[in-house]
Design a protein around this ligand. Structure first.
Ligand code: GDP
Length: 195
């Protein structure tokens, strides 16, 4: 059972990221995917601000837990953002995902009612290029009944390159423990054993 997480620091540029290399797990997702709510539920504290103004905060936030660090990226795909901002965001995240040595795995959060698009595929490709595992976290699972959930599961299961799929409801606290256990056992412990 991971203990509590604490806010460590924010970065707008890569040079501002922490230089010590604790194991890091990237948490990515479109605006409104439920990322802040999930991080707060994970941390058991309101450390991630829920997005009253989607797309406004362009920060990478680092949260330290006892065994690893969660790295919260700004939401992508917010249509009101300017082209320049999109490009800067893209550059920053691409560089981080491609070069960050401490990165042990990435979680891509998606509202379970949305489809996999080119944007998700691009993120997957960056991670694959450096053999970083990706878990897809389908959020707000309380919005689906069992048979709808099975349909969604079947759809996502066939995406090549996705290492694991999770259904999570942060508000109902369903699936969180399984997700945390997987991250710790498969990505954090494994990498420590292998290094
Ligand atoms: P972010 O923009 O990705 O950080 O998304 P937020 O965490 O702010 O969540 C976006 C919206 O989805 C908010 O209205 C949340 O209350 C809602 N939400 C988040 N998680 C859940 C969930 O597990 N179930 C339901 N029903 N709604 C959720």
């Amino acid at each position: 059972m991971p203990g509590r997480f604490q806010f460590l620091t924010s970065a707008t540029r890569l040079e501002q990221c922490p230089s010590d290399l604790r194991p890091e797990i990237a948490v990515l997702g479109r605006s409104n995917s439920g990322k802040s709510t999930l991080i707060n539920a994970w941390a058991q504290s309101q450390i991630a601000k829920t997005s009253s103004t989607p797309g406004k905060t362009r920060l990478i936030n680092f949260f330290d837990g006892p065994q690893y660090r969660l790295v919260d990226f700004p939401g992508y795909g917010y249509s009101k953002r300017s082209g320049d901002e999109q490009a800067t965001w893209g550059g920053m995240i691409e560089t981080f995902l491609s070069t960050r040595g401490a990165l042990k795995g990435a979680l891509l959060l998606m509202d379970c009612r949305r489809d996999w698009t080119n944007e998700e595929e691009m993120l997957l490709k960056f991670l694959q290029r450096r053999n970083c595992p990706l878990g897809v976290v389908l959020t707000k699972s309380d919005k689906l009944n069992r048979s709808e959930e099975n349909k969604v599961r079947a759809k996502f299961k066939v995406i090549p390159g996705v290492d694991a799929i999770f259904f999570v409801s942060s508000t109902k606290r369903v699936g969180l423990q399984e997700l945390e256990d997987y991250v710790y056992k498969s990505w954090v412990q494994e990498s420590a054993a292998g290094s």
